[in-house]
Ligand binder design. Structure first.
Ligand code: SAM
Length: 299
């Protein structure tokens, strides 16, 4: 357990997808004056350096965010509004120009908070929690942002429903252990029982593992059973050998992640339109071969 470090993956295509969704959802919530609570059950360290040895070693940002920026002249028209919003957040963390600092979900969320909003951050990794605490302290975030060295799955229910009954739950585990898939379903099921109108954003990797394939179905079933709307987006940047896990060991590490998805329960009204415009551009800018593509379904 805990061999996963997001520093190797910061700014990859999966981050582009999940963070575009996070930003779009938070911007929507900010349209009403009443405050909301954002809860990040799996926070990571919060801020990354794309020129760090870890990031350079994996080179994943090169295929993700940096490809998105590098190739933007390929677009016939303007960048989609959701990608421009993503870009604007990144620019905030890189005031000197260039793209050295990559904000993780805690920093993205903190940046988008208004005075009346709150942020709850969970992280378990012994090193990443120390970095997260120091990073958040440097933001002088005060009591608006709370960092907890706790299991995010277990800690989530105590903040649901938020006092203002407006909120967003961002669930982004490393899926390092297979049990994470099951725990996500239990957390969302409990979450919906306590806060049926909350927006739940769940990221997952699309890898040759049965639990990964069935997760979106379990999540959309939960939404259906609670009579709640949902949206499901996937993004693939290239072909990837789909060899069974039994042969390859850890498919994420050995083959490189080529595809991932996000399920959103109670999506903001604008999210479908935002992603309808952004996903084809993500494929155009980060796609590497004819297998690159996206799906977008909702109910
Ligand atoms: C994919 S990373 C998170 C990335 C982050 N959400 C972002 O977008 O920048 C997953 C993180 O969850 C942490 N983690 C693993 N299991 C956890 C748990 N049960 N509760 C809280 N954090 C956990 C890992 O240490 C890792 O830092």
């Amino acid at each position: 357990m805990f061999s996963y470090r997001h520093a190797f993956h910061a700014g990859n295509h999966a981050d582009v997808l999940k963070h575009t969704v996070l930003i779009s959802a938070m911007n929507y919530l900010a349209q009403k004056d009443v405050g909301y609570t954002a809860i990040d059950t799996h926070s990571g360290p919060g801020l990354y350096k794309l020129d760090s040895p870890d990031a350079k070693q994996s080179g994943e940002a090169q295929e993700g965010l940096l490809a998105l920026l590098r190739n933007k002249s390929k677009l016939a028209g303007p960048m989609a509004p959701a990608l421009l919003a993503y870009r604007a957040v990144l620019d905030h963390f890189n005031p000197q120009g260039g793209m050295v600092h990559y904000p993780g979900s805690p920093f993205i969320a903190h940046h988008l908070l208004r005075e009346q909003d709150k942020l709850k951050l969970f992280e378990l990794h012994p090193t990443d929690i120390r970095t997260l605490v120091a990073n958040v302290e440097a933001l002088q975030a005060g009591r608006q942002t709370m960092v907890m060295n706790e299991d995010g799955f277990l800690g989530l229910p105590k903040y649901l429903p938020p006092t203002t009954r407006r909120g967003l739950v961002f669930i982004d585990p490393s899926y390092e252990i297979k049990l994470d898939y099951e725990r996500v379903v239990v957390a969302v099921s409990t979450g919906l029982q306590r806060f049926a109108t909350g927006t739940f954003v769940i990221w997952y990797p699309i890898i040759p593992r049965p639990q990964a394939h069935s997760l979106p179905r379990h999540l959309t079933n939960l939404a259906r059973q609670s009579n709640r709307p949902w949206l499901h987006a996937t993004l693939r940047i290239r072909s990837g050998a789909q060899r069974p896990e039994a042969v390859t060991g850890d498919p994420v590490k050995r083959l490189g992640l080529v595809e991932s998805g996000v399920v959103v329960i109670n999506p903001p009204f604008s999210l479908q339109e935002d992603l309808q415009a952004a996903l084809p551009q993500m494929v155009q800018l980060m796609g590497q071969d004819s297998q690159a593509g996206f799906t977008l379904t909702n109910s």
